[in-house]
Design a protein around this ligand. Structure first.
Ligand SMILES: Nc1ncnc2c1ncn2[C@@H]1O[C@H](COP(=O)(O)OP(=O)(O)OP(=O)(O)O)[C@@H](O)[C@H]1O
Length: 278
């Protein structure tokens, strides 16, 4: 195999340029207990970009997303989110500007909370406090988002009675409730059956193609889960970027093989990707 495609993003140093970037990471490392979870990472996301972050188990994808969600600070390097530098900004002011869904959030929703309240309470930065009085405009917005994700009919059901796919869609609606400038999705299709996955991929494709939608970063292990309309890809292995840039340049059999440490064949059908071992 030849040398990997080196991540080749420009790295602005001027604060005015940084203000235009949703995410800017320079020389980022995260260490825990002597392990490098991430190392030497340079990565930028612009407002109109939709990124997929792909890599094997343990590659550092969730760690990267938690940095982008202002849930973690880097051990080394600098992270700017929405023009603000982590460590120099109140993260409690930053977080409402970022929509984030993950299995961890899924596990924190009380099972007896109603679906509409799971969504609407995001505007009040609370989970599991459904007795708050909500503004009718907020309720309408929540219903609109539930409609866009195809689950408006479930608005009065309790979260605990939903299927895994319905829960994931509820949490995406919740993440969009605050009109975030960036939407982070950590393995949104994990645990879904084929129909559920295809339905979610189609809904995310619609969102990705909406020019008013926020910048998006989707973490996955599977190229089959990349929604059409996603523009960029970051391939991670052992905490380091293997390749980063436009989907068309980065998603190749060679880069995928290097990322997953196996000889893989990547195939494309229209705007969808499929991979298997050679
Ligand atoms: N607090 C910690 N101390 C030591 N190692 C950690 C800690 N947190 C995570 N790790 C390790 O860091 C690596 C990266 O973890 P991370 O969850 O970011 O990977 P991932 O790519 O999201 O993996 P997966 O696809 O399995 O979810 C893993 O090997 C994990 O065991």
């Amino acid at each position: 195999m030849s040398e990997p495609t080196q991540p080749s993003q420009t790295q602005p140093s001027d604060p005015a340029d940084l203000a235009d970037l949703v995410v800017h990471m320079a020389g980022v490392g995260v260490r825990r207990g002597g392990n490098a979870l991430l190392a030497d990472l340079d990565w930028s996301v612009e407002l109109d970009e939709r990124w997929v972050v792909l890599g094997p188990n343990g590659a550092g994808k969730t760690t990267l997303l938690r940095l982008a969600a202002a849930e973690l600070h880097p051990t080394t390097g600098t992270v700017h989110l929405l023009g603000e530098r982590l460590g120099r900004v109140d993260v409690f002011e930053l977080r409402p500007r970022i929509g984030f869904t993950s299995a961890a959030i899924n596990g924190r929703v009380p099972p007896d909370e109603r679906v509409r309240d799971v969504v609407v309470s995001a505007g009040y930065a609370v989970l599991g406090r459904w007795r708050e009085r909500y503004d009718s405009m907020d309720t309408e917005r929540a219903d609109e988002l539930l409609g866009a994700l195809g689950i408006k009919h479930l608005a009065t059901r309790t979260f605990g009675t939903l299927s895994e796919g319905e829960r994931k869609r509820t949490l995406i609606a919740r993440a969009l409730m605050t009109d975030p400038e960036m939407l982070l999705l950590d393995e949104p299709a994990a645990g879904l059956d084929l129909g559920g996955r295809e339905d979610l991929v189609a809904r995310l494709a619609t969102l990705a193609q909406d020019p008013d939608a926020p910048a998006m970063v989707l973490v996955t292990h599977h190229v089959e889960e990349i929604p059409p309309g996603f523009t960029h890809a970051l391939l991670l292995a052992e905490g380091r970027a293997v390749a980063a840039g436009l989907v068309d340049d980065v998603l190749t059999s060679e880069n995928l093989s290097r990322t997953f440490g196996q000889d893989l064949l990547l195939e494309r059908s229209g705007e969808r990707f499929f991979a298997r071992r050679r």
